[in-house]
Design a protein around this ligand. Structure first.
Ligand SMILES: Cc1cc2nc3c(=O)[nH]c(=O)nc-3n(C[C@H](O)[C@H](O)[C@H](O)COP(=O)(O)OP(=O)(O)OC[C@H]3O[C@@H](n4cnc5c(N)ncnc54)[C@H](O)[C@@H]3O)c2cc1C
Length: 272
């Protein structure tokens, strides 16, 4: 199918993009890699009258570490994140997770800002953001604010981005190599049926799941039991609002959560 007709705008700077967002309001959408937005437009689930292309805005790409924080520009492509020497050294979980996204073409086009703003409940990067304790930097007409990942993913396809705001960067605290991402991909789409990200610290750690719930979530009960090692995975379904659907029963999904969480914890412990 073809999308409904729209007017194309090429933003030349962040301020220009924000002005266009303010001018066109709910009728406008930012266009990053286009690999989530264009499919939903072709299906006519979205029909924005104005597309604001931020692909050529300078200052929105790149990966750099300073003062214990790695900053990743919102327009950085998944492929660059997956192969980044800085991330491989300073926050390897983000690089590992980006390497699991779709196929090479998707990774060459899709951006971290687009993936996080889209907030697909089966996307991979949100789980890494939660497990790493990362934050997003957003800019609006009123200025810049930083939102912890724990407060960013609100519901299915919903974030705490306000109208007129855009994501400009991601901030990731430097993390240890004791991390892992284990994913069971949908054979048709490549999206996660379940994906579990684990980041261990000097003591304790953070565990996040994607695919099984209405949004990516931390597994608080598992985190609280990490002192018992991989046995903490027995608590993986606690607090998940699982529903029966074409992918399986509640019992099956609870088992997926436990099995993949166990594998992810074991893999992270093996890298300690
Ligand atoms: C066949 C296929 C397989 C895929 N498989 C996977 C997979 O296995 N795992 C996975 O996680 N993803 C997968 N994806 C999604 C892919 O990673 C997308 O690229 C990504 O989700 C969206 O990034 P984008 O840059 O393409 O964003 P776009 O499609 O351009 O935008 C997505 C949404 O985010 C908004 N947006 C974009 N940038 C910003 C910004 N800076 N600030 C505010 N809002 C913004 C847009 O307005 C739009 O609403 C797949 C996609 C396809 C087509």
């Amino acid at each position: 199918m073809y999308p409904a007709s729209f007017e194309y705008h090429r933003a030349t700077s962040v301020n220009h993009a924000l002005e266009l967002l303010a001018t066109y309001g709910d009728d406008a959408k930012l266009l990053a890699g286009g690999h989530s937005l264009l499919p939903v437009m072709k299906l006519r689930f979205a029909a924005p009258a104005h597309l604001i292309d931020i692909g050529r805005v300078s200052g929105l790409d790149g990966i750099a570490e300073s003062g214990g924080v790695v900053t990743v520009g919102a327009m950085t492509r998944h492929a660059e994140i997956a192969s980044s020497a800085v991330l491989r050294a300073k926050a390897p979980l983000l690089a590992e997770v980006a390497g699991h996204i779709g196929d090479q073409m998707i990774r060459n086009m899709g951006t971290i800002g687009g993936s996080l703003a889209h907030a697909d409940p089966a996307a991979d990067l949100p789980a890494a953001m939660l497990a790493l304790g990362a934050s997003v930097v957003v800019q609006g007409k009123g200025g810049t604010r930083t939102i912890p990942a724990d407060q960013f993913f609100v519901d299915t396809f919903q974030t705490s981005l306000a109208a007129g705001e855009m994501l400009t960067a991601i901030q990731v605290p430097v993390a240890t190599r004791a991390c892992a991402y284990v994913k069971h991909p949908d054979p048709a789409s490549g999206y996660a049926i379940v994906g579990v990200a684990v980041q261990l610290g000097a003591s304790g750690g953070r565990v996040a799941i994607t695919g099984l719930a209405q949004r990516p979530m931390r597994l608080a009960a598992v985190e609280g039991a990490l002192a018992s090692g991989a046995a903490a995975a027995d608590r993986a379904a606690d607090g998940l609002a699982l529903i029966e659907d074409a992918r399986g029963s509640v019992a099956y999904k609870a088992n997926l959560a436990r099995v993949f969480t166990r594998q992810a914890i074991e893999a992270a412990l093996a890298r300690k």
